[in-house]
Ligand binder design. Sequence first.
Ligand code: AMO
Length: 434
Amino acid sequence: MENRTYTADADPGESVTVAGWVHELRDLGGIAFLILRDTTGKIQIKFEKDEMDDDLVDTGLNVARESVISVTGEVDEEPRAPTGVEITPDSVEVVAEADTELPLDPSGKVDADLSTRLDNRTLDLRKEEVQAIFTIRAEIQHAAREQFRDLDCTEINTPKIVATGTEGGTELFPITYFGEEAFMNQSPQLFKQLIAGSNVERVFEIGPIFRAEEHNTPRHLNEATSIDFEGAFCDQHEAMDVAEAVVTAVYEAVDANCQDELDALGLAEEFEVPTGEFPRLSYEEAIERINATGELDEQLLWGDDLPTEGEVALGEDVGEHYFITDWPSEIKPFYIMDQDGDDQLSTGFDLMHPQMELVSGGQREHRYDHLIEGFEQQGLDPEAFDYYTKMFKYGMPPHAGFGLGGERLVMTLLGLDNIREGVLFPRDRQRLSP
Ligand code: AMO
């Protein structure tokens, strides 16, 4: 819009045109105030009824809340106004009228449940604290990208329509692809490895992953954002260093650049940047410590996956981000390499926030014969993965990497109760639109 001034830039002494939403109307009799809101903030518009053109007053004071208007007028200092300035309008134009009945109240005075909020995200995002979540989410992705680039990684984009699944344990979403069965990709796993094995060596991707999880929990989505890394000539320890660097850089960036947003969420005081040296516990130590908390009904045995209550008990015990390393090979996927000289122990690792898992990763099996054996052991047909396995015959260097759950990072960083709070349009068992 030509000649538009953001409310935050409307300085006293200027004549400006501002445009945005009608946030509030306060009619005090002889004088009335309209609060106009745009992406940069709010500004007060003053209507002195006896001194202004009747049509102008009529237009300004009869417009429904949340309508879009544009106002031209003089900006003056006014210490009693919410932002210390106000506009005396010369003209008011209604650009887009809103219904008087709104499905939720963007001023936040009336609470709405999450489902109503998600059904009406446009209105929901007009709330400062909701917008703050997504500003911070954008900062998180920006900071992760910068950190990967500083670590000499190239950003890649891999296909989301694929012929085979890779992550056992979660189901695939099938689709029809020109009469053939295809799937929505569960992770960029095989593709990022194929590129790490080229001259590109170090890659990252921030993109969607699709998981046909049956269960509906506050921490699972059916479409999530994965922040993936893969590096040639890396082992699991170096991959852990990268995960640690990325998570720490993200917290640092939010701390440096998002204080207003943290404030809007009531988090400015308590927000803490992790030290960047996350303890590395072996799986064996992890199950011993979980068992010692006495929080589980049954003691965990070697080879068990960690139940959610176990993760929570251990998280409370450790009290900061930490890694779990040296997982049993049998509970890690086929592409994870075993440790040298011990086929029971894998190079797989998880990075945990005290409340939940954020990252899985490990060194990859790059030896062709071992890879084929791994497929067979997990009951997968290596032929179906020929496009992947055959590249391991043409010079595949040792490599390692990880996948970091983007929404889990947002959720844990902001202490959100439900992962859906950090997703614009979440996909879950109940939700396919909007
Ligand atoms: P994994 O399946 O553990 O590993 O996924 C990696 C991380 O992605 C997040 N995540 C999810 N977040 C929300 N909803 C879901 N349904 C969901 N599923 C996963 C978690 C998890 O830690 N290919 C490997 C990674 C690798 O080895 O590079 C993989 O996908 O935060």
